[in-house]
Design a protein around this ligand. Structure first.
Ligand code: NAD
Length: 417
């Protein structure tokens, strides 16, 4: 956490209040939006390889289903709490609304350290957790996906557990599955690809040429590495990259593919010879045209926001900028593509996977990329139009657009009974 001492849920609540006030929303609807529809806490006992029984805590939070079935990842992490998962579920509702997907938001998790569990233990944990939430998930009810420390294998186990109970294969119950088990083409790099489509649009609006634009990327995982690769392919100059151990800087440019190969061999990017070492703090404050935080939350805070020297901030990570820092960036006239827009390419291709599964189809990579581009360009335009209409910044505009869409759905559905 930053010195601002605000929890993810605190920030999520503030965002709803802000949008509700600017949209003049009914206070009852605002209250509905601030509370998840359902939060489930489950005990997940598993037999460890040494014969002992250990009991883990699992949660699934379903925030709002006014626009469609709940959708959201499952994370395995020692820091999983109900509060954090609730904030993440809420952000999923907004992300799906911005991308105009027929989904509401959810999130789940098991409080555990997956690095200390064997593959067999992880499989038993996953199957037991899936069984405990079996009655509240389903293709038209709640569709889980991978998140921190869960992957395509985890989704295959959830799909199989659900299918065993049904008696037939139900691929559409989860997304992010392996390709040979009805996963979608293009899912792995979808978030980074969607991010680069947003960068293309933003660059047009602020009159920035991407050829030779200088790029700094924090985090070199699925989002950061793919974003660096795509931007490099577009002719941008990648001048700094980092992972959790630190960063490298070279104003003449770095080839991200060479760094990727180096990291595969040595498990680190800081020993890469084509650049000088810098800290993650220095990396964020490096002068550049485009800064892409793609690591973890709370990286740009009120302490360092004043030192950020970029023209465009494209948030690959979830929650990299605190609310106070966001205000400072707006005052500095830094154009921001906020996380709930910038990284919505992942859930968009998850939606494509669900649609393909429901129709028992398999789209080509080209088809997935074409549809993703169409969705991202439209989402960017919708947020940009909301920014102009409400005379606000891109982040506030994104929340207002999303919260307005969900509130409208709630109002039109009416309240039962
Ligand atoms: P990942 O685990 O593949 O990669 C994370 C990277 O960040 C790693 O290179 C790690 O070394 C680095 N890192 C960790 N702590 C760091 C620190 N303090 N400073 C600098 N680097 C650090 O994760 P990912 O899937 O690439 O996700 C990155 C971010 O994007 C997360 O916030 C995630 O929630 C968000 N996100 C990911 C997706 C997706 O499809 N993968 C979708 C939406 C949002």
């Amino acid at each position: 956490m930053s010195g601002e001492n605000i929890s993810a849920l605190g920030a999520a609540m503030q965002q709803v209040d802000m949008a509700a006030e600017m949209l003049n929303l009914d206070s009852g609807i605002c209250e509905m939006l601030k509370r998840p529809t359902r939060s489930v806490i489950v005990a997940v006992p598993i037999r460890r390889d040494n014969g002992e029984i250990n009991v883990f805590t699992g949660v699934r939070v379903q925030h709002n289903k006014a626009r469609g079935p709940y959708k959201g990842g499952v994370r395995y992490h020692p820091d999983v709490t109900l509060e954090e998962v609730t904030a993440l579920a809420m952000w999923m509702t907004w992300k799906c609304a911005i991308a105009d997907l027929p989904y509401g938001g959810a999130k789940g998790g098991v409080r555990c350290n997956p690095k200390e569990l064997s593959v067999g233990e992880l499989e038993r944990l996953t199957r037991r957790y899936a069984t405990m939430i079996l009655n509240i998930i389903g293709p038209y009810q709640d569709v889980p996906a991978p998140d921190v420390y869960t992957d395509a294998q985890t989704m295959a186990w959830i799909m199989d557990t659900y299918s065993q109970f049904k008696g037939y294969l139900v691929p559409e119950v989860v997304t992010g599955k392996p390709l040979h088990l009805q996963g979608s083409e293009g899912r792995e790099a979808a978030t980074a690809r969607g991010l680069t489509y947003c960068i293309d649009e933003a660059a047009k609006h602020i009159g920035m040429k991407l050829k030779d634009a200088t790029i700094v990327v924090q985090g070199f995982g699925k989002v950061g590495w793919n974003a660096a690769r795509f931007l490099h392919d577009q002719g941008c100059r990648i001048i700094a990259l980092s992972d959790s151990k630190g960063g490298i800087y070279n104003p003449k440019g770095i080839n991200p593919t060479k760094v990727y190969e180096h990291k595969k061999k040595t498990n680190s990017i800081i020993t890469f010879e084509g650049g000088k070492n810098i800290t993650n703090k220095e990396l964020l404050e490096t002068e550049c045209d485009i800064l892409v935080p793609a690591a973890i939350e709370n990286q740009i805070t009120r302490e360092n926001a004043g030192n950020i020297k970029t023209r465009l901030l494209a948030e690959g990570a979830n929650g990299p900028t605190t609310p106070e820092a966001s205000k400072i960036l707006t005052e500095k006239d830094i154009f921001t593509i906020p996380d709930i827009l910038a990284n919505s390419g992942g859930v968009t291709v998850s939606y494509f996977e669900w649609v393909q599964n429901l129709h028992r189809e398999h789209w080509t990579k080209e088809e997935v990329h074409r549809r993703l581009k169409q969705k991202m360009v439209k989402a960017f335009k919708d947020v940009f139009d909301a920014k102009k209409k409400h005379e606000t910044d891109m982040r506030n505009a994104a929340f207002m657009l999303a919260i307005g869409r969900v509130a409208e759905a709630i109002k039109t559905l009416g309240l039962w009974p």
